[in-house]
Design a binder for this molecule. Structure first.
Ligand code: FE2
Ligand code: FE2
Length: 268
């Protein structure tokens, strides 16, 4: 690449013709800002997600489950590392970022509802501010949030930014393993009369929180992401794909589908 700047029009033509962007390519300021935002949200979410799972290595019910939870923690740390490396290539001081934020921070009240608000200065998706308080919570987090993340990552797999798309491919496969862990356990908990009610209650809690992560339909931010091929679908299309899949799994497990009331942040 010989030029250090590029016009919006030339850059758009390039990505619309299917060309992928690398870290050292010139990019418009708006593209760079939105790319950084998406990468920071994902990296911070992966890291705080790993921290939320760590206590469950100790508290998992069997030795085999301890191994599986430890594997999931390792996967999430690896996801965080891969995405922070993408940020580092773009000039972000990632170790400074890690030192400045408390990624282990969690809300104290398990039942507090923060809707679409952030609870600290990091950029994690806000579901990661809620504590995982029981094994059933851990399972429903796999079942709902890892699945929700998978639906969001679908778009990133084919984004215009090549380093991100490359990183997502292996991350996506590992997320599907976390989802399968959730699916297996949801059926088990739902089929046992001793855990069925707890499973239903946890489903309602984590399904609703996951439905809030996708953003407002037609949001200004989402339109900008789509313009630059950083995403390809509207927020609500991703949410409905997630909801439909959950509906099938919930029916299979014999649980009841929760009611969700939209709670959108009108400012994004
Ligand atoms: Fe992850
Ligand atoms: Fe995961």
């Amino acid at each position: 690449m010989t030029t250090t700047t590029i016009s919006d029009e030339e850059f758009l033509q390039r990505i619309q013709s299917g060309e992928k962007i690398e870290a050292n390519d010139p990019m418009p300021a708006e593209y760079r800002e939105n790319l950084l935002n998406l990468l920071e949200m994902q990296a911070d979410s992966e890291l705080s997600g790993a921290y939320g799972y760590i206590p469950w290595i100790e508290k998992a019910p069997t030795v085999h489950e301890k191994l599986l939870v430890a594997q999931i923690v390792k996967d999430e740390i690896r996801h965080a590392y891969a995405i922070y490396k993408c940020l580092e290539e773009l000039g972000v001081d990632i170790d400074k970022r890690i030192q400045e934020q408390d990624f282990a921070y969690r809300l104290q009240e398990g039942d507090v509802n923060i809707g679409t608000e952030r609870a600290a200065k990091d950029k994690r998706v806000n579901i990661f501010y809620y504590p995982i308080e029981t094994w059933t919570d851990f399972i429903m987090f796999n079942f709902c949030m890892d699945r929700g993340a998978g639906h969001q990552l679908e778009d990133a797999k084919d984004s215009s930014y090549a380093p991100w798309a490359r990183a997502i491919k292996t991350i996506f496969n590992e997320e599907m393993m976390h989802v399968n862990h959730g699916d297996t356990w949801v059926e088990r908990l739902a089929n046992d009369p001793a855990t069925r009610d707890e499973a239903q209650a946890a489903l309602e809690k984590w399904f609703n929180r996951t439905m809030n992560i996708f953003g407002r339909p037609g949001s200004r931010r989402n339109l900008i992401y789509q313009k630059w091929s950083l995403k390809h679908r509207d927020n609500d299309a991703v949410r409905q794909a997630f909801r439909q899949e959950i509906e099938e799994k919930v029916a299979k497990a014999g649980l009841k589908m929760p009611e969700w009331t939209p709670n959108y942040d009108e400012n994004v």
